[in-house]
Ligand binder design. Structure first.
Ligand code: ASP
Ligand code: MG
Length: 430
């Protein structure tokens, strides 16, 4: 376990929490309250909600290569990274107006070093010395999220939603915990808009959060959870719509997430073990079926090589008997964005791959249950299938990992399935 410095804290505010000057003032009050408790603070911010979309649209207008074309333009990053520079400056100004010592540290000043994959750069190194020294001298360091710099000094961005990753990377560099303030007050057993009885989880393990994030729970960028897990950064998800001046009893880090919120931490730190922690649902799925595929031993390899070479991510795969002798039906799923491209690839190679018919169905949803307890408990899948069949929900494909089971179903039943599973695993609020 990495040493975590309880005197330091990284606080991150998302786009909604930075949405306008009034919200920036509220964020500043939350920061001030934390600083008043004696902690040394670095704040990482997102651009104002909607700003990055606007900046991206401008780069399109100015002649950035169109959709579907690889992002290769380093000037794209110069434009889209600017949204965070604005909010960082505004927050620092607001903190100063409140009489606090604050200053901004741009990605290149820290520096947050990344590779040169513009538009989706990966962080390679964040030296903690500069920020650490500023914080030790009593300064609140304000850092624009989302942006980094290459070793030869070009601005990069970390991919959409990347300021969560910036915050975790800064916390890892400072060896301290990370509080992420957002527009929800934590991680729930499922989407409360679908199931009113959804419950906030007090703690959730990195691994579960990673599955949930990649399965459609949009609280945190998946990469930020990967990084938190790798560097053992305790991450807390909190609502920024709290009244910071209200007294918060015993709010020391590590006691209890008493401001509400959800602590994302190591599995060992979770005493109350659950078999299933959450149910997620994603409509960003499409099902593609090759009917009457020639039953050659290398047919699947042929199909999936073509998809991989075109950078199409395949998720679930099922192969079954077909009506015509000597053929099989091969079904796979992709993200919706890739479905038409995948279908065209298949059609273009129909003669070589040898299949009779191709079907694309976008009216599907993936419903998943996630929980580390699955590793040691039998019957988790059985409960899932029983709950779904009791509601008459048929599934079209299944995929599993050590801690998750996903089923692909007709999109019309998605919400019904979520509620049925939420109740079957006893996740309701008590
Ligand atoms: N502003 C960037 C985006 O909208 C990064 C972030 O907010 O996390 O993707
Ligand atoms: Mg975000």
């Amino acid at each position: 376990m990495t040493r975590t410095d309880p005197d330091r804290l990284v606080m991150k505010f998302g786009g909604t929490s930075m949405g306008d000057l009034e919200r920036i003032r509220r964020a500043a009050r939350i920061v001030a309250a934390e600083a008043a408790s004696g902690r040394k603070i670095a704040v990482v911010v997102s651009a104002m909600a909607g700003k990055t979309n606007e900046l991206v649209a401008w780069t399109d207008g100015a002649g950035r290569p169109g959709p579907g074309v690889e992002l290769s333009d380093d000037e794209y990053d110069v434009v889209v990274a600017s949204g965070e520079q604005v909010t960082a400056g505004l927050l620092a100004l607001t903190l100063r107006n409140m009489g606090l010592n604050a200053r901004t540290w741009m990605g290149w000043q820290i520096p947050i070093l990344t590779d040169d994959a513009h538009g989706r750069a990966r962080i390679e190194d964040v030296p903690g010395e500069v920020l650490g020294a500023a914080m030790d001298s009593g300064q609140i360091a304000v850092v624009p999220g989302f942006q980094g710099v290459t070793r030869d000094g070009r601005i990069t961005t970390l991919g959409r939603g990347g300021s969560d990753t910036s915050a975790v990377a800064v916390a890892a560099a400072l060896e301290c915990p990370c509080d992420i303030y957002t527009d929800v007050d934590g991680v729930y057993t499922t989407d409360p808009r679908i199931e009113g009885k959804a419950r906030r989880l007090e703690k959730v393990s990195y691994e579960e959060m990673l599955e949930m994030a990649s399965l459609g729970a949009k609280v945190l960028q998946t990469r930020s959870v990967e990084l938190a897990m790798a560097k053992q950064v305790p991450v807390r998800v909190l609502s920024s719509f709290i009244e910071p001046d209200a007294p918060v009893p015993g709010k020391e880090w590590g006691v209890m997430p008493d401001k509400g919120g959800t602590l994302i931490c190591d599995e060992e730190e979770i005493v109350e073990k659950r078999i299933v922690s959450g149910v997620t649902m994603s409509r960003d799925e499409a099902r593609i079926t090759l009917l009457g595929l020639a039953d050659r031993v290398d047919a699947p390899a042929d199909v999936f090589t073509r998809l991989a070479e075109a950078n199409v991510n395949v998720d679930m795969i099922v192969q079954g008997q077909a009506r015509t002798e000597g053929t099989v039906n091969l079904t796979f799923t992709t993200g919706r964005r890739d479905a038409q491209r995948a279908a065209e690839l298949m059609r273009a190679a129909q003669a070589e791959i040898r299949f009779e018919e191709l079907r694309v169905d976008e009216d599907v949803a993936k419903v998943s249950v996630v929980g580390v307890g699955m590793r040691s408990h039998a019957g988790v899948a059985q409960t899932m299938f029983k709950a779904l069949s009791d509601k008459g929900v048929k599934f079209q494909a299944i995929s599993t990992s050590e801690i998750k089971i996903s089923v692909l179903i007709d999109a019309a039943y998605a919400e019904l399935a979520v509620r049925a599973l939420h109740s079957a695993y006893g996740l309701e609020a008590v």
